[in-house]
Every structure is written in structure tokens, then in C-alpha cells.
Design a protein around this ligand. Structure first.
Ligand code: MG
Length: 166
């Protein structure tokens, strides 16, 4: 099976640590919102060493945040730095809408900070729950058995680079 990786944006690429500060992604200074540490380098490595041109970004948001996300990715030179194809950027409006996108792209791996989102991805065999909030995990805990928990991009690399069958 050809391996294809899907990656969420909010809370996985764009750091929630900015929330409630003057660099919040939801404020006027959204271009200054910081990336999750190590995200760009890790994705570049995953592209070079395993997934090649088969890494996709899949984000759920409204039209305004979609535009801000596109601006942020451009401003931070994301596609050049990671080597990911700008055409591999997908947006949807509802959390459950990520599932048909993952299905049609044939994704085999997905990284998201929301357990609820991962719970919808029935066609994706390898699910990674990235630095989730405790409250969200508690609410959807019945799906925890399907996911691998990771806290950092180093954890992602450890899971995906050392064990090529995971
Ligand atoms: Mg997210």
C-alpha cells in the first residue's frame, strides 16, 4: 500500500501556545503566530525519508480562517521549507468532513490534535493524536484505543521514522 500522510494545521502546525496572547492566530497579528516547535523540519524529513510528495495538509475551519491559514503558510515559507506541494492543501468546514477527504486521497496516516476528528477517520489505519487538550480527550475517550498519542514532533519522528511499519 502506498503510504500517504495527512496533517492537521491548528494545534499541529500552528501553535496553540499563542492563544490568549497578542500573537493569537485569532487576532490581528496572526502572521506572527508561531509554529509548533520542530514541525517544519520534521515534515521535511518525513517527506525526504518516507512519504515523498505524498504529504497533505487537511484543515477544518471557516472561510476567514482558511484565508489566514493560507497567508500564514505563505508568510512562513512553509511549502518551500518543507518541500510539500502547495496543491496538497485541503480545507473543509466541518470536523466530520475530513473523513471523505482522507478517503479520497487514500491517506494511510493522519496527525491531529483532536480525538473527535480522528474518530471519524475510519479509512485511515494509523492515527496520531498530537498534544491534545485533556478535556477533549476525556470527552471522546472511547476512541483512544485507535490512536497513538504523541506530544511533540520529536515523538512523531520517533514513531514514523524508526518503525517504518507503524
Ligand atoms: Mg487542530
Amino acid at each position: 500500500m502506498t503510504e500517504r500522510l495527512g496533517v492537521d494545521i491548528g494545534g499541529v502546525l500552528i501553535d496553540r501556545v499563542n492563544d490568549d496572547t497578542d500573537t493569537s492566530f485569532f487576532g490581528d497579528n496572526y502572521l506572527r503566530t508561531t509554529a509548533v516547535p520542530g514541525a517544519f523540519d520534521a515534515l521535511k524529513r518525513l517527506a525526504n525519508c518516507r512519504f515523498e510528495d505524498r504529504i497533505h495538509l487537511v484543515s477544518k475551519c471557516g472561510p476567514r480562517v482558511e484565508q489566514k491559514s493560507r497567508d500564514w503558510l505563505d508568510h512562513h515559507d512553509f511549502f518551500r521549507k518543507t518541500g510539500i506541494d502547495p496543491a496538497n492543501l485541503h480545507f473543509c468546514r466541518k470536523r466530520q468532513d475530513k473523513a471523505p477527504i482522507c478517503d479520497s486521497l487514500g491517506l494511510t496516516h493522519f496527525i491531529d490534535d483532536r480525538l473527535e476528528v480522528l474518530s471519524y477517520l475510519k479509512t485511515v489505519p494509523n492515527l496520531y493524536l498530537f498534544h491534545p487538550t485533556p478535556g477533549e480527550v476525556e470527552k471522546h475517550a472511547r476512541h483512544l484505543h485507535r490512536v497513538h498519542r504523541v506530544e511533540t514532533w520529536d515523538d512523531v519522528l520517533a514513531a514514523l521514522m524508526q518503525n517504518q511499519s507503524a
